[in-house]
Design a protein around this ligand. Sequence first.
Ligand SMILES: NC(=O)c1ccc[n+]([C@@H]2O[C@H](COP(=O)([O-])OP(=O)(O)OC[C@H]3O[C@@H](n4cnc5c(N)ncnc54)[C@H](OP(=O)(O)O)[C@@H]3O)[C@@H](O)[C@H]2O)c1
Length: 327
Amino acid sequence: MTDIRWGILAPGNIAHSFTQDLRTAGLDVAAVGSRRLDAARAFAAEFDIPHAYGSYEELVADPEVDIVYVASPHSHHRDQAILALEAGKHVLIEKAVTLDAAEAAEIREAARSRGLLAMEAMWTRYLPHMIRIRELIAEGAIGEVRTLFADHTQSLPTDPGHRLNALELGGGALLDLGIYPVSFAVDILGLVADTRATGRLSETGADTEVAISLAHDGGAVSSLVTSSRAQGPNVAHILGTDGRIEIDRVWYTPTSFRLIGRDGAVALDYRSEVEGRGMQFQALYAEDLIRAGRTDSDLLPFDESIAIMAVLDDIRAQVGVVYPSAR
Ligand SMILES: NC(=O)c1ccc[n+]([C@@H]2O[C@H](COP(=O)([O-])OP(=O)(O)OC[C@H]3O[C@@H](n4cnc5c(N)ncnc54)[C@H](OP(=O)(O)O)[C@@H]3O)[C@@H](O)[C@H]2O)c1
């Protein structure tokens, strides 16, 4: 057991993977809350969690919970994160952190006014290979970074009722998958000055493919693509004046990369050695922040999460996706 205790809110698909990784890292999971008590009990039994609740209100009220992991569909993140913050809990919120930038700003306000941590669970930022890549770029290993390209493309369920296709749940490739390359481009190249996007929509009005070109502050440009209907390479390449970094598939999970010099020779061949899926690194980072009395992440400040949501808002406006809550 450790000094910081996790509560899991909405124990679905990704909450299973995350909780498994918390266990792998030896972290303390104190409670789980579901809309259905039997689902909470089943999850608690699976992971040996002491408290199981049939409502989110009971979960956030548990005095043995310090930080709540919000793992519901995007459409519910704002209300559930604020519920936890109002109960005095820190929050780690699944990506996309909300439906749009305005909702994300409400979470920032709720966290700041209470001096609590709010962090987006963009787990890729915290992975060892990404930390090494940022170090190499800062050291000038590929010279001036000029551009990058990346895809997040998967063949996912086409059922109109599935979360991914249901507009009322924030469905669409962009918020589920496309957010990864957008967040990556902002991480490596800086905030966005200009956004161009074109896309294709499903019969429900959710985006299934989006091609994105970004111009970043400082002049670099990026080219990104996402699809929820077609499986692609899921690779990312960063190009600089003195070389490039080629991140292998699946670039947003623990993986290998090569640093290639101007002469085309491999200057560094990095191999990832990570236990589990790799979602524990963001949790360990959040715990360190809480212990240090910090309320914001250096690797992904909440203001940057909001700026990324604003880019996604702009992209959705260009491709014609409108969520019912915004109508
Ligand atoms: N980091 C990653 O690699 C990754 C991967 C996949 C998804 N995600 C993110 O994680 C979040 C959840 O995705 P998921 O695939 O885990 O979703 P999911 O399994 O479909 O749903 C997660 C939980 O949300 C609640 N829920 C489901 N449908 C709901 C509805 N219609 N209304 C209200 N609550 C509902 C349920 O909790 P109850 O038990 O309380 O009913 C469910 O167990 C999304 O934001 C997604 O983008 C992240």
